[in-house]
Design a protein around this ligand. Sequence first.
Ligand code: BGC
Length: 770
Amino acid sequence: MPDIDPSRLSLERKAALLSGQDFWSTRPVQDAGLPSVVLTDGPHGVRRQVGEFDHMGIYESLPSTCFPPAVAVGSSWDPEVAARIGAAVGREARALGVHVVLGPGVNIKRSPLCGRNFEYYSEDPLLSGHLGAAHVRGQQEQGVGASVKHFAVNNQETDRMRVSADVDERTLREIYLPAFEHIVTEAAPATVMAAYNKVNGVHAAQNRWLLTEVLRDEWGFTGAVVSDWGAVHDPVASVRAGLDLEMPGPSPENARRIVDAVRDGELDECVVDMAVRRIVALAGLAAEQPDETDGSPEFYGSPESYGSDELVGFDADAHHRLARELAAECAVLLRNEDNTLPLASARRIAVIGEFAATPRYQAGGSSHLNPARLDNALDAIRESAAAHGSTVEFAPGFTLDGSGDAVALREAAVAAARSSDVAVVFAGLAESAESEGFDRDDLCLPAVQVELIRAVAAEAARTVVVLSNGGIVSLEGWHDEVDAILEGFLLGQGGGGALADLLFGEANPSGRLAETIPLRLEDNPSFANFPGEHGHVRYGEGVMVGYRWYGTTGAPVRYPFGHGLSYTTFAVGDLAVASTGVDSARVSLTVTNTGARAGKHVVQVYVATEAGPVRRPARELRAFAKVRLAPGESRTIGFDLGRRAFAHYDVQDGGWAVAPGEYLVQIGENAAAVIAEAAVSLAGDAVAQELTLESTFGEWIAHPVIGATLLQELTAALPDDQGSQLGDRPELLQAVRDVPMKRVVGLVEGDALDRTLERLMERTRVVRRP
Ligand code: BGC
């Protein structure tokens, strides 16, 4: 670990350290033995550029394994999948001389239109946080730092470098920050990446509340805060807010501004020193990592050879097998009428759709990799079909760029479907349809594909649709006409093989939706407020994001959050819930594989309550586990639900609160289907709100400490005629419910009531909650 005392460096050298030496690395201090740290994208593979540099995935990068992107990992609902990807990315990073891989991305999928949803896990913060933490742990165990991004509230690409995400604090705390919080507190990432956008009017990269008060002071983050590439606008404000490293670099002009600010007394030098210390600490990753590249650029081969098989430093075949195995954990079987899948008994298979031959497996932008290997589903299906003694006929059905004779392509596909036992249509979005940098306008599949699916379904004995898309697509207009739908999202370079494994039953589907598929885009809760206007996007739906909204309003959806089928069946029983304290509970249940195949079930634990003073979503995911079971096997699973599983964020008190009351622990087949539930009563926080004369009459009456005695004392304090009226006319109490107590006092003669209230107020000044 380099040991550098900032006070021994000149202010100029320190300021220079606060931005990179180039596009992908930090500035070394050779005479002090401080190495340069190489940071690169991420997240589902290593995008190591050694020729020309960019952050939009334009220029070539060295070959590396393209693992399933976050959209797929989210659907695996399996932290082990995330951890194994993190570990493999870490191994490749070491081999490629990288010290920090930029990821995972854990922003919430607020709108299905967000162009980067493929890079994010879920619409739910708990699922995102657990998967993100597992990825970080896996990667960092290899000695390679992570950069959790994009902190925070970066939920759209439209106007992404300027837009202000205007969000109330409860929504921030309950929806947009918890994934970051969980990862920071549980997995200690080496860095956090500050987002491009503003949060409530202040750029994330110069937002002191976010970068210092919340991230460091509350969550205890000790790593370095890195800017997103080009996110720094005012370097002095950024450093003051808690940003340590501006990327990319170098930024001599910004270094000069920092020096001037210190000299002019606008910026305390010790703030600069703190940032330098964190960058020095980060350099520990480089100091501890032996340079497996020998420091020689030739080690990587020439840019011309990137696409070839001249791979270095990691076992590309083993990682490819891993990519295929993990991809099979991620796909979601949405529909499977009459057990159309697996295909084992189909003798003649028509494979239709260009995506079978030209896989769609990753998306555009900074995460775009140069895959070391690449499967396509068609070859893998041919291989499996041969093993099953089946035949395969392929028809592209459409072209990806819209060229060619659409009618002729469709007719050829329909002819193939007609002479098959089953038609498998590979549909989806072309890479040009979604990417970092822009949002989509709708959820539609290209019309030519919808027409193809319908035409095939009308003629084929059975129709299976396999989807490849980074953001969800609408299934309307064709859903009911097909027998099975396998949603692959983007599965990485092993996706083609994984899809064949799933179609033939070599692997049993176990993915679950990490986001809702609505019937209409208009049903999405962010619809009226996305992507905003005049530089602001208002998060008007508050905490009612995704399934929280659909569950609360009861609006029908096509497939709910958490939905996914299997080739086997599961039963859940013996649900027991018991409180383990005033604000915690233990849940246990038994899961049984009641079918004939081994498979994995995702146990989803939701909590529903009306306790407390805030409007709660109908139910919220509070724990989950993916369990593998052999046919007939049963297992008892336990969950400890801590305080946060029951808490809401109390903006008045500025903290988490557990309201006393009843909480339903619900086991969901998905977010819309509760299969077992049990109630638990929690004493919650003993602390009650402190009353003042600004508190309403209703708040006084409802107060757990003095509420019960208030009426008695009030009646006693009032002149006789007023006192008796209170008892006889309950509507009087109702009418003054929302009136501040100081106004009620004004209605009463004399000062007896003032004295009573003074005394009662004193009794409400009690201990705060934990
Ligand atoms: C993206 C980041 C990425 C960075 C470096 C930015 O455009 O928002 O996610 O890590 O570029 O490529």
